[in-house]
Design a protein around this ligand. Structure first.
Ligand code: ADP
Ligand code: MG
Length: 246
């Protein structure tokens, strides 16, 4: 579902991603771990074209973008990729002047040009799916952080993405609100969604991931099944990372 070949990303003179080869199969859950600044967010952003590629290839659901392509062609391909990719960030970025339902159906109305009545129906189902059917008329300011993030997930799901990318979706939340967001993500995983998740929630990583990809200094340093990774990391850098957490 996702493949990168020799992906590199340079900001000014700093090589932030170095020769990244990542493959994610359909319905696979990959958790990206690594210290701050190791390139996790940049990698996610390169997968859907929020960053320009400096080198290499990104392929998502059969759509292939080569850094060497003409700029216009790359942009067109990434537009296609973004239509099939939902992304959820640490900051929820909901429209403050729209209700929960309004936020969820925005893309259905604007991008899919769905009639409002039908969009509302779909939107209500999506809110139901994230446990917020009763909050459809609430504005973001009246929702908790956990509820806002669940609205953001419902909004991303509205486009029926083939892939969901999560960048520290619970890092801005009070601890007691983390669980409700992770539960929605667990449910998605169970339903067979292909997911790449950057998170510091190690229990989630251990329980839900099919594979851990550990990054440091812009490279993939280690890849393993969660049980093996947490029991016996193979590299000194991963060991140090895990030791600092506990
Ligand atoms: P992580 O998500 O693992 O914390 P990031 O992908 O955010 O790491 O950042 C990796 C490196 O790239 C860091 O050194 C960061 O300072 C740098 N970086 C990220 N975005 C930019 C940018 N827009 N301009 C310059 N440097 C950036
Ligand atoms: Mg980050």
């Amino acid at each position: 579902m996702i493949q990168t070949i020799g992906l590199s990303k340079t900001f000014h003179d700093a090589e932030v991603l170095k020769n990244i080869d990542l493959r994610v199969a359909k319905s696979e859950i990959v958790v990206l771990l690594g210290p701050s600044g190791s390139g996790k967010s940049t990698l996610l952003r390169c997968l859907n074209g929020l960053e320009e590629l400096s080198g290499g290839v990104v392929e998502v659901n059969g759509i292939r973008v080569d850094a060497a392509m003409k700029s216009r062609e790359k942009h067109a391909k990434f537009r296609e990729i973004r239509r099939q990719t939902g992304m959820v960030f640490q900051q929820f970025n909901l429209y403050p002047h729209k209700t929960a339902l309004g936020n969820v159906i925005e893309s259905l109305l604007i991008v899919k040009k769905m009639p409002r009545e039908q969009a509302v129906q779909v939107g209500e189902q999506l809110l139901e799916r994230v446990g917020l059917a009763d909050k459809k008329d609430a504005f973001p300011s009246r929702l908790s952080g956990g509820q806002q993030q669940r609205v953001a997930i419902a909004r991303a799901l509205a486009m029926e993405p083939a892939i969901m990318l999560f960048d520290e979706p619970t890092s801005a939340l009070d601890p007691e609100l983390v669980g409700e967001v992770l539960d929605v993500m667990r449910q998605l995983a169970k339903e067979g969604m292909t997911m790449v998740v950057v998170t510091h929630e190690m229990k989630f990583a251990r329980q839900v991931a099919n594979r851990i990809v550990f990054m440091d200094g812009g490279s993939i340093v280690e890849e393993a099944e969660p049980a093996a990774f947490f029991r016996e990391p193979q590299t000194e850098r991963a060991r140090r990372f895990l030791n600092q957490l506990s």
